[in-house]
Design a protein around this ligand. Structure first.
Ligand SMILES: C[S@@+](CC[C@H](N)C(=O)[O-])C[C@H]1O[C@@H](n2cnc3c(N)ncnc32)[C@H](O)[C@@H]1O
Length: 281
């Protein structure tokens, strides 16, 4: 499929789920903050730096970087989805962060003439891009010599039950995605993320895993989260009667019961991957 058409679909998809992310961002950030912190650290972000965040979504790791660079620094956060970034801008305003600007832009065609960044970041964005190497090349082109980029992806489906629970059921019930390569587990294989960075021209590449432990007050919360932050529920409703939709989510809840403690809390460990590279000159 044509990359521009995939980007257009991704933009629609993320604009649609932005309302759900608005409901859940505090919970999401509760468990994702260690990933933002590590990305900022691996990219070498420090006070006074100018930082690029690509696919910032609801504003991470841009907001973390904005706190780190302080008032003398600056963060430019970019994403395809205006709706996700409106949430990011609300969060930045609520936190009194005046050093972030938001630009609606596809990462693969990013052009910010006259701006050279000290560091670049991307949390869980590359996997949804039809041309991830082109996106990394654009980021590299905007870095000054010695500038580092750090990006994260997810591990394999079985290592990320939070997202993959019900996966085979959904694929049996829903039409195949337009591009089956695009999805959260795409760069799970060891060395893949590092290979993308190398292909884009980065050197001094490092990679490491990180555990992301998510926690929900109860099963109803977990299922509501899954329904609201992805388009799976919409796709189910578009293709099946309400009873089938309810039955499907009940099956996901049965699968998730393995992660519920005696107090009803649902605690799920997931594996993410982080990689960073440097612009040599
Ligand atoms: C899982 S969200 C991650 C958002 C945020 N970085 C975070 O970690 O919470 C993926 C984001 O990638 C963005 N995205 C997908 N394809 C993109 C592209 N080609 N260029 C820029 N952003 C893209 C989506 O709009 C969405 O906001």
């Amino acid at each position: 499929m044509d990359p521009a058409a995939i980007r257009a679909q991704e933009k629609d998809r993320w604009n649609y789920v932005a309302a759900g992310w608005k409901t859940w961002w505090e919970v999401i950030e509760g468990w994702s903050q260690p990933v933002s912190d590590r990305l900022v650290e691996m990219a070498g972000v420090g006070p006074g730096d100018t930082v690029l965040d690509i696919a910032t979504g609801a504003g991470e790791p841009a907001l973390t970087a904005a706190r780190r660079v302080g008032p003398a620094g600056r963060v430019v956060a970019t994403d395809l989805s205006g709706a996700m970034m409106r949430l990011a801008a609300e969060r930045a305003a609520a936190d009194g962060l005046g050093n972030i600007e938001f630009r609606e832009a596809g990462a693969e065609t990013l052009s910010l003439p006259g701006t050279t960044f000290d560091a670049a970041l991307c949390r869980w964005g590359l996997m949804f891009m039809p041309e991830p190497v082109a996106a990394l090349e654009r980021a590299l082109a905007h870095l000054g010599p010695g500038g580092r980029l750090a990006a994260s992806a997810w591990g394999a489906a079985e290592e990320v039950p939070m997202i993959s629970m019900g996966r085979s059921l959904f694929s049996s019930l829903l039409p195949p995605p337009p591009d089956p390569d695009i999805g959260p587990f795409r760069f799970a294989e060891a060395g893949t993320l590092e290979g993308l960075l190398a292909a884009a021209g980065f050197d001094d590449i490092e990679g490491e895993p990180i555990t992301v432990t998510v926690e929900f007050a109860g099963m109803a919360d977990f299922i509501r989260y899954r329904q609201e932050v992805s388009t799976q529920d919409l796709a189910l409703r578009q293709n099946h009667p309400p009873e089938k939709v309810a039955e499907t989510w009940a099956t996901v809840a049965e699968e998730a019961a393995a992660y519920a403690g005696p107090d009803g809390r649902v605690v799920i460990e997931n594996r993410a991957l982080i990689s960073s590279g440097r612009r040599a000159n």
